[in-house]
Write a protein that binds this ligand. Structure first.
Ligand code: CTP
Ligand code: MG
Length: 231
């Protein structure tokens, strides 16, 4: 049998959010950003193997706090320390996946309100198409190309997409892509690493709730979505 894994990257510090805690540990609703994100992952139709990538000094705490919720969903659950870059953190998650995993979804804990259905759809599309899948939304703003402070043209936004996570890949392809990635180059997402290695990546519809919590205003927006009083 085969299985899907979700690598939930939560090892960032959240510099732009500016909270005392690392971003994944910031309160959200009755839980934390990481807790809400994990609930969405565990809401998948197919039970995933879950790997949380946490700050090194929070690994034990994450294991203690969330092992029971994962067990209640019958989901195998691992927690590993992350690295200095998001790319290093994803690699740390990939390194502990068991052999039977054939499909890998990489998700930002910083996108806690992403519906479980998006995970299901990305996993299904990876399997049916046999290549990488990213969820994305149309770009709604008018985008200008700027040179020297002057507007030089309007970019055709019909060829653009604002991409989100979870990004899904055949496990072998993602392993190959990370093995051949340039360690000095800062890729902005996993799809860029897969594309650089020559793998095809397709777009599927994203969801507005998949926005990333980056700055304090985003946290207030997430609290509003949950219908809870702001902290
Ligand atoms: N991430 C990670 N390891 C890193 C850096 C980022 O696991 N070394 C994770 C974050 O925890 C987050 C996701 O990657 O879930 C997206 O990163 P971002 O939104 O940039 O989060 P932070 O890096 O924590 O925030 P900032 O850049 O503001 O410091
Ligand atoms: Mg960051």
């Amino acid at each position: 049998s085969s299985t899907v894994a979700v690598i939930l990257v939560a090892a960032g510090s959240g510099t732009r959010l500016g909270h005392a805690e690392p971003k994944a540990f910031v309160p959200l609703g009755e839980s934390t950003i990481l807790g809400v994100a994990l609930d969405a992952v565990l809401g998948m139709h197919e039970t995933p193997h879950v790997v949380v990538v946490a700050p090194a000094d929070r690994v034990a705490e994450v294991q203690v706090r969330f092992a029971e919720v994962a067990a209640a969903a019958s989901a195998p659950f691992d927690v590993v320390p992350g690295g200095a870059s998001r790319q290093d953190s994803v690699e740390a998650g990939l390194a502990v996946l068991p052999r039977l995993v054939d499909t890998v979804l990489v998700h930002d804990a910083a996108r806690p309100l992403t519906p479980s259905l998006v995970f299901d759809e990305v996993a299904a599309a990876v399997r049916s198409r046999g290549h990488g899948i990213v969820p994305g939304l149309p770009v709604v703003d008018t985008i200008k190309r700027i040179e020297g402070g002057h507007v030089v043209s309007t970019v055709d936004r019909s060829v653009l997409a604002a991409v989100q996570t979870p990004q899904g890949f055949p496990r072998e392809d993602l392993d190959d892509a990370f093995a051949s990635a340039d360690p000095t180059f800062e890729y902005t997402d996993d799809a860029a690493i897969a594309a650089a290695a020559g793998f095809t990546v397709d777009l599927v519809p994203g969801d507005a709730r998949g926005f990333k919590i980056t700055v304090p205003e985003d946290l207030r927006r997430a609290e509003q979505h949950l219908g809870v009083a702001p902290h």
